[in-house]
Ligand binder design. Structure first.
Ligand code: PAD
Ligand code: ZN
Ligand code: ZN
Length: 376
């Protein structure tokens, strides 16, 4: 390709500092170094985690940064030693890498590769340099993949080749939202047929949890949200009941325990607040209930809870990108989509040109969208 080995100028959205909207700028994207890949992003979703970056509530982010982590695109060029993809391949960048070599990657029971940002910063490429500049200034990467740039560079451990026929404007959701929620239900909780589930937060990720619970055969799926507009889609996707905690005279966890003969079998926190994390734990059945934390805890937060809740046999777990070993699993999930095994398209409420990214964040923050997809 004509651009291989050259710097590419393109559009990207930069968060210059926390608590400011992103601005669309022209950036320079350097060619990939050894074991790196440069990708032309075609479509990217906006996940709440990107909004956490804008608000400064995600740990260890350096500014200015190009956020975005729910993208799909086409390989433009590869650096020396890359064998897993070639120019022209359709790919999904992985916000959780799978290096294949660390103790987590070698352990079949976890997907938490030690190259994750939550363990080791991914604000720069592995050689500690950035591939992005804007107005002469170095711009940081986000989770190694920065999908809010038309061209972006990532290590080859953070990319997965997908089906040649996959529609990139839809399957970008497999990069985060859908895979995270669906996997939290089927991999992390291992929801059993006939069980009762409660899902706190019915955004793009929470609704994907609802889909996972439904496909696992849950008999009752109770959706909880303070925005009643989310209930219609939740019911369409399998929620059997929906509750707005603001309508209740008692805490929602007490109501759930009463509604379900001493508590639910599985609860999921998909908001990212410490009060709802403990409420979700408290709504589980003694002895057997499992609570899964999916929402991202605010940086530096601490939880205080009654240890008797765990002493009496409840299980509290976290789920990171749905427990999937990403490089192995995301291509299979995309194939499942192509075979119509599940349909996250229903989560896409808005499709916008990339320049309207700030409108996409406003739609998310005002509760009007589930997922907005930005097209380059
Ligand atoms: P979203 O903002 O689309 O959905 C959150 C939902 O929670 C909205 O519908 C809100 O109305 C609702 N809500 C807010 N406050 C309350 C409350 N007090 N009680 C009940 N409902 C409430 O976000 P999303 O679905 O994109 O992401 C949800 C969380 O999951 C967020 O914290 C994000 O950072 C996290 C996430 N985690 C992973 C992971 O790997 N664990 C991956 C992707 C996203
Ligand atoms: Zn996300
Ligand atoms: Zn690893």
């Amino acid at each position: 390709m004509g651009t291989a080995g050259k710097v590419i100028k393109c559009k990207a959205a930069i968060a210059w500092e926390a608590n400011k909207p992103v601005s669309v700028e022209e950036v320079e994207v350097a060619p990939p170094k050894a074991r790196e890949v440069r990708v032309k992003i075609v479509a990217t979703g906006i996940c709440r985690t990107d909004d956490h970056v804008l608000k400064g509530s995600l740990p260890n982010i350096n500014y200015p940064v190009i956020p975005g982590h729910e993208g799909a695109g086409i390989v433009e060029s590869i650096g020396e030693g890359v064998t897993c993809v070639k120019p022209g391949d359709k790919v999904i960048p992985l916000c959780l890498p799978q290096c294949g070599e660390c103790s987590s990657c070698l352990n079949p029971d976890t997907n938490c590769c030690l190259k994750t940002h939550l363990y080791e910063s991914q604000n720069l490429m592995p050689d500690n340099t950035s591939r992005f500049t804007c107005k002469g200034q170095r711009i940081y990467h986000f989770l190694w993949i920065s999908t809010f740039s038309e061209y972006t560079v990532m290590p080859d451990s953070a990319i997965a080749k997908i089906d040649d026929d996959a529609p990139l404007d839809k399957v970008c959701l497999f990069g985060c939202g859908f895979s995270t929620g669906y996997g939290a239900a089927i991999n992390t909780a291992k929801v059993k047929p006939g069980s009762t589930c409660a899902v706190f937060g019915l955004g793009g990720v929470g609704l994907s949890v609802v889909m996972g619970c439904k496909s696992a055969g849950a008999a009752r799926i109770i959706g909880i949200d303070i925005n009643k507009n989310k209930f219609v889609k939740a019911k369409e996707l399998g929620a059997t009941e929906c509750i707005d905690p603001q309508d209740l005279k008692k805490p929602v966890q007490e109501v759930l325990v009463e509604m379900t003969d001493h508590g639910v079998d599985y609860s999921f926190e998909v908001i990212g607040r410490v009060d709802t994390m403990t409420a979700a734990l408290e709504s589980c059945h003694m002895g057997s209930g499992t609570c899964v934390m999916v929402g991202t805890p605010p940086a530096g937060s601490r939880i205080s809870f009654d240890p008797m809740l765990l002493f009496t046999g409840r299980t509290w777990k976290g789920s990171f990108i749905g427990g999937w070993k990403t490089k192995d699993s995301i291509p299979k999930l995309v194939s499942g989509y192509m075979e119509k095994k599940f349909n996250p398209d229903v989560l896409i409420t808005h499709t916008l040109p990339f320049e309207k990214i700030s409108e996409g964040f406003e739609l998310l923050c005002s509760g009007k969208s589930i997922r907005s997809i930005l097209l380059f």
